[in-house]
Design a protein around this ligand. Structure first.
Ligand code: FNR
Length: 396
């Protein structure tokens, strides 16, 4: 983004005054101001199966709870007389200047979370309005080309679930390049679905019901594998998808992945420093530390607790982080622990469910306002200051 465009999104904390001024005019916020209230409203707004799929996690959801709880064990040490009247939250990521380090993590089924069933487009439009990039999932209601056309000046990224059919993988990547995505996020932790009891109770697995498969059913390679067009025989298309979705990749596949594109490749799901070093040696451009929001392995470790070692092993490579971020303070803590950019998943999905495109914009602006004001009050005007020795302290 240009400096001018980045400048337009500055002063995130001003959202607070904007809301107070509206209240003075007699208009109180229509959208929730806390994550708990947001989740409650989203649960009421979504059908039970969809709520289960979005809100739920693996096993007894210990990892999911641990992800958020981990943030409570860190606090920012206040610094006074810094004069942090203006804060600079902008970051450089894969050659793009961004107004803030926040991004929207890929959420397959985000399309379904909107009342009109076009949540992918609403998310892309929210990205355009906030300068907060969207990582679009492989699993969308609307095709990736249409999603990318709504990004405005904000760069977007394509998340790839690498299919077992290599020709299809190539086709998806080349389509993403042609559509104008600025990087490929390869998700490594979902070649098999984690054990999700909540979803089993309700039979909540939207893709098996034919939802969010447009990027496949519209793909020439995928279509060439079918005896009949997906429009004529949707069930056969779903079965073909179920057959090729999973690809248990190994490190031996990394050179092939790397060869598919000149776009930046970011590996999502890396939590062990040794894996980070191998990824770096394999020529990837970014590391994405995440445990899929506790949806995949219920191993019990919070992603945040693994972040510092990942950052150290990543060296010069940017580290994207998500899992458990629920507030602006959480964003700041992840940045202080070394993340280059911080993602949210469920928070913006809930915002969409509750308030459509405006709901996402509200969630993102609230996160950024809180982060900005925390940095102001505690005297950390820049991300570099946040990362300086002594800014963060363990609370227990
Ligand atoms: C996800 N996530 C995900 N990740 C991915 O790489 N591709 C995908 O299609 C999806 N789909 C998806 C659906 C739903 C409903 C959720 C909630 C999450 C994981 C996502 O990118 C991210 O890692 C987590 O959501 C981050 O955790 P929080 O912010 O939800 O705690």
């Amino acid at each position: 983004m240009t400096d001018e465009a980045v400048g337009e999104f500055r002063n995130f904390g001003a959202y607070q005054l904007e809301l107070h001024l509206e209240a003075l005019g007699g208009v109180l916020p229509r959208l929730p101001m806390t994550f708990a209230a947001l989740a409650a409203r989203a649960e009421a707004a979504l059908p039970a199966e969809l709520w289960s799929y979005v809100a739920g996690g693996a096993g007894d959801e210990l990892t999911q709870r641990a992800n958020s709880a981990a943030f409570e064990r860190w606090g920012l040490v206040p610094r006074m007389l810094v004069g942090a009247a203006e804060r600079d939250l902008s970051v450089e990521l894969f050659g793009h200047r961004l107004p803030s380090p926040l991004f929207m993590a890929p959420v397959g089924v985000i399309g379904l979370c909107a009342q009109d069933g076009h949540g992918d487009l609403a998310t892309a439009r929210a990205a355009a309005r906030t300068g907060v990039p969207m990582v679009a999932s492989t699993l969308t209601v609307d095709p990736m080309e249409q999603v990318a056309s709504e990004f405005g000046g904000t760069p977007g990224f394509f998340q790839l679930y690498v299919p077992a059919d290599r020709k299809l993988a190539e086709s998806l990547v080349h389509r993403a390049e042609a559509a104008g995505f600025r990087g490929i996020v390869v998700t490594l932790d979902t070649w098999v679905l984690g054990w999700r009891p909540r979803d089993l109770v309700l039979g909540a697995f939207p893709q098996l019901r034919g939802h969010c498969l447009t990027n496949y059913t519209g793909d020439p390679v995928f279509r060439s594998r079918l005896a009949k067009a997906p429009e004529e025989d949707p069930r056969a298309a779903v079965l073909e998808w179920a057959g090729i979705f999973a690809n248990p990749l190994t490190w031996d596949d990394l050179p092939w992945l790397r060869s598919l594109t000149d776009l930046p490749i970011i590996l999502k799901g890396l939590c062990h420093p040794e894996d980070v070093r191998r990824a770096r040696d394999g020529g990837v451009d970014g590391i994405y530390c995440s445990n899929h929001g506790g949806r995949q392995a219920n191993g019990g470790l919070a992603a945040l607790d693994l972040l510092p070692e990942v950052v150290e092993a990543a060296g010069e490579l940017p580290v994207l982080f998500d899992s458990g971020v629920r507030s602006g303070a959480d964003v700041v803590k992840a940045l202080a622990l070394g993340a280059t950019a911080v993602g949210v998943g469920r928070p913006y999905a809930y915002g969409l469910a509750v308030g459509g495109e405006d709901g996402i914009v509200h969630v993102l602006r609230s996160l950024l306002a809180e982060a900005d004001l925390l940095m102001a009050v505690d005297g950390y005007p820049t991300l570099a200051a946040l990362r300086a020795e002594g800014a963060l302290r363990r609370t227990g």
